[in-house]
Design a protein around this ligand. Structure first.
Ligand code: COA
Ligand code: AMP
Length: 628
């Protein structure tokens, strides 16, 4: 169907449009109420429908006669392992693990934290939770104990499911010491800690008392059936960075999400059932949830779990090897991964080694994709590279192209057009809609379509203040954007304290809290500066306390260590510079954008609100010294 017509229907006749899409998935009870509102007047989808996500991903395909189709491919160059699981085999493992969770007393509505690397057992744990209505919270394996503690204290899990270790290229990252530390620091006790022992090395000294062995639990348990849950039952919580130090627990529903993912696979990715689809993201991010697990499995696609990096495992040809070996038709990754490959293999020599004849489309998201990277991709890979834009909050793309329509047209540097269901506008500060080519705030008229966030876990006030209070009746995305006369939208970047480092969303406020806790630091500003490879990296400008005797080198070293210890190595704060003063407005607000512009070496206008212009010169000199 013509994309413009589909979009128009989704906005002008929403209920009929989404009722029709909901019929594309199997419900235990089909909803009578297509759209309703919660007690705070926030829209909800299909509230009286009943279904089960694990059933849709696994059991349904077995009932339809596809039990022996490969559901999951695990490819781990870092451990030299490869394995496939059919839908039948996946069901066996998932239902027994779900039975194990039930035997431990977990039930519908409880929460479980999953802190695991890129192995099949992570996906099994997610689906086992979904099977019995347990709300999962996957925590990215690269986060430090403090991040785990924040999540444990906020969602109070009955179980923590983990593994003995992750692997970063050739470095083993033991998880159990991190888990032990987190458990010690958390205010709330976790009843059960389940560990998948990867047996990579003799790890007896890392084990601590009371751990439950994942494999023993699976082997000793009876399979559990799928329980019926309400459409609005939370499938998972996924914490993401906001404008304060504390991450926000985004709540995802079940029925709206399943409908939206089925719609995405069919129309946005334009993929047929049975084909192989690969989203090379960690399970710990939104992409990992929606397009490494739930989306492809709902659509009966084979999904790939890749444990490695785009480069060095063993080389920058890994992506092309996987695409060729498993006949991947559609792939999804972050531009930073392509930039890393391009840097290692500028002439595309490694690409030539592989047969990419099954490869049809490359999707990109997570950060802006620069044109040079698109050029490289087009020259050496030769399949369309399609940028699309979304957030943890939406759970599925909000801007993009409907590639099921063969007439789709890519406009370079644009993240596409609004996806059906998303009534996107560009507003100025005062709430006036801007004309084409004017930069403003990207906002979305409520109701958001099915699949988008239900709220923030345990914090309705923050939900409203973060997203709904800026423009009444609209969702505030936190991104700036420009629309052209053809309706294509160009994302210009975050307008808040969130930065994107190598496709990882991080909060500069959280880093500022850590830096400020240094005993010699009086105040600081952490900003995201441009980086050729990672897109952005954080940079700290710090003011020392009067009389402090610490050297610049010492304070920089301390700050780097503290951020690494608290957030994790992914935060990638590697630079801190001591300044005499921070530039501020007359009302005392730090001019972070000015600091960022100075560090990026870009042209700037002196803000009219600045308290003392001389600080600009001071900082400029300091930057020159620091860089020298
Ligand atoms: N566990 C432990 N540590 C981890 C980790 C994990 N799961 N993931 C990253 N790290 C560590 C790295 O080892 C590195 O540590 P180091 O500073 O001691 O070397 C640090 O965190 C920074 O990692 P990263 O930014 O990932 O850099 P990299 O050089 O290891 O890899 C890329 C660069 C581009 C290959 C990688 O960042 C990537 O694939 N990004 C895509 C992210 C993505 O898919 N996002 C989802 C949105 S689509
Ligand atoms: P996350 O919630 O981790 O998915 O990060 C969401 C943020 O990543 C968005 O608010 C954007 O700032 C950025 N982002 C995601 N996709 C794109 C894209 N295609 N182009 C530019 N920025 C993007």
């Amino acid at each position: 169907m013509d994309t413009d017509i589909l979009f128009k229907q989704s906005i002008e006749d929403k209920e009929n449009f989404w009722e029709k899409q909901a019929k594309e998935i199997q419900w235990f009870t089909f909803p009578q109420q297509i759209i309703s509102h919660d007690k705070n007047e926030y829209p909800q989808w299909f509230s009286d429908g009943q279904l089960n996500m694990c059933y849709l991903c696994i059991d349904k395909h077995i009932e339809d006669g596809f039990g022996d189709q490969t559901a999951i491919i695990y490819d781990s160059p870092v451990t030299n392992q490869k394995r496939t699981y059919t839908f039948d085999q996946a069901k066996e493992e998932i239902s027994k693990f779900a039975g194990g969770l039930v035997s431990l007393g977990l039930k519908k509505g409880d929460t479980a934290v999953i802190y695991m690397p890129m192995i099949p057992q992570t996906l099994f744990a997610m689906l086992a939770c979904a099977r019995i209505g347990v709300i999962h919270n996957v925590v990215f394996g690269g986060f430090a104990p403090h991040e785990l503690v924040v999540r444990i204290d906020d969602c109070k899990p009955k179980a923590l499911i983990t593994a003995t270790a992750g692997i970063e290229i050739a470095r083993r990252i033991p998880y159990l010491p991190l888990v032990e530390k987190a458990i010690e620091l958390a205010q709330d006790k976790v009843d059960h800690i389940i560990v998948y022992n990867r047996k990579l090395v003799d790890n007896r000294n890392e084990m601590f008392e009371g751990l439950i062995d994942y494999e023993e639990l699976v082997q000793s348990s009876e399979p559990a059936d799928c329980v019926s849950v309400k459409s609005t039952h939370p499938l998972y919580l996924l914490y993401t960075s906001g404008t304060t130090g504390k991450p926000k627990g985004i709540v995802r529903d079940t029925g709206g999400y399943a409908t939206a993912l089925k719609f995405s696979m069919k129309y946005i990715y334009g993929i047929e059932q049975g084909e192989t689809y690969w989203a090379a993201s960690d399970f710990g991010w939104a992409v990992g949830h929606s397009f490494s697990v739930y989306g492809p499995l709902i659509n009966r696609n084979t999904t790939i779990i890749f444990e490695g990096k785009p480069i060095m495992t063993p080389d920058a040809g890994t992506f092309w090897r996987i695409i060729s070996e498993y006949k991947v038709s559609t792939m999804f990754t972050a531009p930073t991964a392509i930039r890393a490959i391009k840097k290692e293999d500028p002439n595309g020599e490694l690409v030539k080694k592989y047969d990419l004849s099954h490869f049809k489309k490359q999707f990109l998201a997570g950060e802006r994709c620069d044109v040079a990277t698109l050029d490289w991709f087009e020259e050496h890979i030769g399949v369309p590279a399609i940028d699309h834009w979304w957030q943890t909050e939406s759970g599925w793309p909000m801007l993009g192209l409907m590639t099921s329509d063969s007439n789709y047209k890519i406009k370079r540097a644009s993240a596409g057009k609004p996806i059906p269901g998303y009534d996107i506008k560009i507003f100025d500060e005062n709430g006036y809609e801007l004309d084409a080519h004017q930069e403003g705030y990207l906002i979305i008229k409520l109701p958001l379509p099915p699949g988008a966030l239900l709220g923030i876990w345990n914090d309705n006030e923050r939900f409203h203040s973060s997203y709904l209070s800026q423009y009444k009746g609209y969702y505030f995305s936190g991104d700036g954007a420009i629309q052209d006369e053809d309706g294509y939208i160009f994302i210009t970047g975050r307008v808040d304290d969130v930065i994107n480092v190598a496709g990882h969303r991080l909060s500069t406020s959280e880093m500022e809290e850590i830096v400020s806790s240094h005993p010699d630091v009086a105040e600081c500003a952490v900003v995201g500066i441009d980086d050729e490879l990672k897109g952005q990296i954080p940079f700290a400008a710090v003011v020392l306390k009067n009389g402090s005797a610490i050297t610049e080198q010492e304070v920089e070293k301390d700050i780097i260590r503290m951020v690494r210890e608290k957030i994790g190595a992914v935060a990638f704060l590697k630079n801190a510079m001591v300044v005499k003063r921070l530039p501020k407005t007359r009302s005392g607000k730090t001019l972070r954008k000015l600091i960022r512009t100075l560090l990026d070496g870009k042209d700037f206008q002196i803000p009219s609100t600045i308290y003392d212009e001389k600080i600009i010169e001071e900082i400029q000199e300091k930057i020159n010294d620091y860089r020298a």
